[in-house]
Unconditional design. Sequence first.
Lengths: 294, 238, 365
Amino acid sequence: MQEFVEFTLGGVSDGVIYAAIGLSLVLIWRATRVLNYAQGGLAMFTSYIALMVINATGNYWLGFVVALAAGLVIGGVVERVVIRPAAGKPHLNTVIVTIGLLILVEGLAGIIYGSKNRSFPTPYSIVGAKIGSFDLGEGASPSAIFTAVAVLAAAGLLAVLFRYTPVGLRMRASAFSGTVAQLMGVRVGRITTLGWALAGLIGALAGMLVTPQTFLYPNSMDSIFVLGFTAAVIGGLDSPGGAIVGGLILGVLLNYVTGYVGSNLPELAGLALLILVLMFRPSGLFASTATRQV
Amino acid sequence: MPASSLAVTDVVAGYNSTPVLNGVSITARPATITAVLGANGAGKTTLLRTISGFVRTRGGQVRLDDVSLTRLAPDHIARAGVAHVPEGQGVITELTVEENLKLGLLLRRRADRAAALEDAYRKFSILADRRRRHAATLSGGERQMLVIARALLSAPRVLLLDEPSLGLAPKVVAQVMDLVRQLRDESGLTVLLVEQNARSALSIADQGVVLNLGKVVATAAAGELAADVALRRHYLGF
Amino acid sequence: MTLARNAGLGIIACVVLLVLCSKLDAYRQYQMAQVAATVVAVAGLTVLIGVSGQLSIGHGAFMFVGGYATALLVLHLNWPLALAIVASAVVAGLAGGVMGVAAARLRGPYLAGATLMLAVALPAVAYQWQGVFGGDQGLDFTVNTPGFLGASFQLTEWQGWVCCICLVIVMVLLANLLRSRIGRSWRALRDNETAAALAGLNVARLRVLAFMLSAACAGVAGSLLAMTMLNVTPGAFTLALSIQLLTAVVLGGLGSLAGAVWGGIILVLVPPFLTDFAASHGFSSASASVPIAGYGLVLIIVMLVFPAGIQGGVRRLLGPVAPAATGPVSAIGRRLARRLEEGSTTDARQEGVDKEGTRWPDTAN
């Protein structure tokens, strides 16, 4: 029983990270129909920026805010500088551009910061909570709770933005039909940039939250990105809610497999889950616009 | 706001190397309805798409009063006050009816939005009943109504209507035509109406323009066109 | 006719490559073997992506399968090398078939996600069953030069020969396949799946077949790399390898076998070059990162400036002056390109073939 609770809570705490990355990918997918393979790499880079600020000022929260702001700016700049010029070229070119961007930022991080592992601070303790003698594990530590709250709050704010604000309506209209949005006077180009910027912010948040566990090095976000991508695909790339659900399912499953079966098997379990879901739902669990994707 | 005029002058436009419009000139005077008539493939829809910026002009000019719209982006043209109701599409099915309507309101001042929406629901009561439903659940006719209502909500100066009667019940067509006429008379709306059904279009129009193979072959007052038996036989089929 | 001509060209290419290989020093022979093996994988992948229109970001997984199959067969069953390579192709092809069936309904990013996860997950097999696959250390095995070449014949030269011979065989087979009915069906499928299905093509079977074939090529490549390095480790078949293969396909020129050669050469030879360059320009502390950043930058620039990749750029240089093209295959020098490579994959959608309503005359005779 204790193990089960521990694995579940640990799974949720990992899962919200995958959910956050997945969510950022969904934002970009909806805005431009592009999968940004550099999303993890950019989050790694903003984490380095945060670490520099934290080391210079000793203030974690200042670094936190700077990282999110950097994510916002970098996301928007990337869309304008390398993604928009690739529009109209074969779709695979955009895929390769984002892969090139990933390789570039990882190389730059290595050049600027070196490739050694750096430890990364957490704002709260990572010691797991206990109820009497019942150990809930690290998944119930103040740090893990902060992680879950931060991601869910960000997702909630995005949901409010999408559903109840004119900007959100413009974003959804542009995502579902750029032509109609233009017809109604929406500046689709700006909305697209905004989508990338918000995705950059969410990615930076995920980087801040996960890096204390992984250490920071140029490739530190690679495996997190793969799992976040998997979460988004399981949920359906058009569905922000699907990314959250996909992330949680994936996180909990991988923790059960690691805990009960073997530490080498979570990736294989993730593959099996992905294939199984896609066999029945080729566009993810919460696909709403399957017919639109060509 | 005073009524606006739309002037299309010697426009050449098309999709590939061969132009669909070959030097088309049409002037829609303020607060009038201009019916654009012609057979399939005459270039009627392309004309509307060119005015609203989705087809690039290769020659000629499009002006809204004294502002040139030539080669502006579609969203810019929409903000300038040209609302385009495309044929048989234009509903975002993933959004609710109300969200679709609110898209039209985005161009209005914030203070006017709520009242305008209520006004639209009064005019289109079917949409009021279905306001929380996804637009995907609407019938073809209801969708067409939604798109027209949305275009009107943006308080346009010029309205481009592409085959509004397509898919609508005759009663609803009459209702829409009445509404268009009312908007012309009361709000000074300038309308460019593309129709296959020349008879019903001419019945409400002030002016008629006949397109054939990308060229204007006749421009006259609606009554004159309807009276010209040879022209009717040749191009309008009634 | 074409078969005979391709076979003839193949024999000439083979002789040239083997003579070239013999003239090189051991390190260059090793590099040549690596290039040849990489080109095999890239060529298989370019057929999958550029011709059949399916994306895979996980082809390293099939190289993993081919490499381990060869190691196990040589190590435990003492199979002769040629047989082990063929068997590796078959095993990897079967693995590709399984993946192809599982992925038959997937499109775009969903297919990308599934193949990406495959590349991440499969090496875990080596860690989980250490008794068979040797865990982190992998498996070491040996290859001997055949007796008829004499005792003084160097192993690196023999490895280079085997890789080059396999490369030529694979390229000749692929070139013929792309000109066959299957190749045409794949292109029809890529350009318009619905139309292809309506025309009576078995879309699902064709897609799975493409997956099997390209996985078999990756299996051969994995086998050749294993044979060159005389060991296999899970660390040699990382996600990075899969991504590099994909970048090589597009960088070289999507759907073109000639482009695959460019891509393979760049993948193997450019990083060491950049490392040397970085080291000699005072980047010593970060020298490992400079080529990485440089490669990323090159990818971005090439994709934005030469959307048709290197082979497209070559065609543009060789062709007559013409307006700039936007498609993966430049509009310029298209006829020459047809002559240069078999199974040219002019993309009808991007090329405006359908817009102008004409097919380009087939001048390859």
